[in-house]
Design a protein around this ligand. Sequence first.
Ligand code: DGL
Length: 271
Amino acid sequence: MEYKTILNNISNKNPIAFFDSGVGGLTVFEKVKKLMPDENFLYFGDTKNMPYGEKTEEQLLEFADKIFKFFENKNAKAVVMACNTTSAITYEKLKNNYNFKIYPIIQSVCSTLAQMQGVNRLGIIATPATINSHAYSKEIAKYNKDMKVFELSAPNWVRIVEEHRITQPQSIMQVEEILDIMQGFKPDKIVLACTHYPYLISVLKKFMPEETFLDPSLYFARNIKQDLTTSGLLNDKFEYEKFYVSSNPQNFKTASEMFYKLNELPEIVNL
Ligand code: DGL
């Protein structure tokens, strides 16, 4: 995809900012940080408004706009929409309103997903809002009209992760129920199209081979690095990273551990 250009009065030292409804975006953050260790980072988990996948378009636009303005005040040079739901529902409407780079996950990764060797039938598991928007099937059709895409929502999976109930029998049953439906479609690969879902991999692989599941965050991180490089916006020395949440900092720290260990509790901000 083409990312928008920004005014050139932004310093390369300015942070790359991430947001999601909670810990899901850390699955992207962790990969970006590995690829670009010299960058400064901000991360906002909108835990008070989680789960985003059950919110209306109007609510999601309001949350995203507030978070973008928060990052504007912190002089972000780029904002990573590390959330499929907000990328699906708000990116097109908000993309020209702020003077920083904006990277939406769905629009960034679909050209890669659409052109994977040997994949003719692609399963998409995501939040209800992402599935109802058909953002994945529409984006994939731009690059490959022949790929068969089957979109399925998993309403409870985000809460399982945020409430760290991953190993409970009821959670395992809820994962199995969705995979049973998906298996009927006989997918070659299944995209974990919500950034929270990679936290569930230990359960997912009980029911289908691990290599069936695709976490698109690595493709996303590579695209972000490439665009910041060609835009001349890379930093050369790490100075800080800072985490914020809208509620429950201790819960965020505990739930995030599988992907990123925070040294201290995130700061609470009320937007
Ligand atoms: N992790 C987000 C996504 O990728 C949002 C999940 C939610 O809060 O429902 O869609």
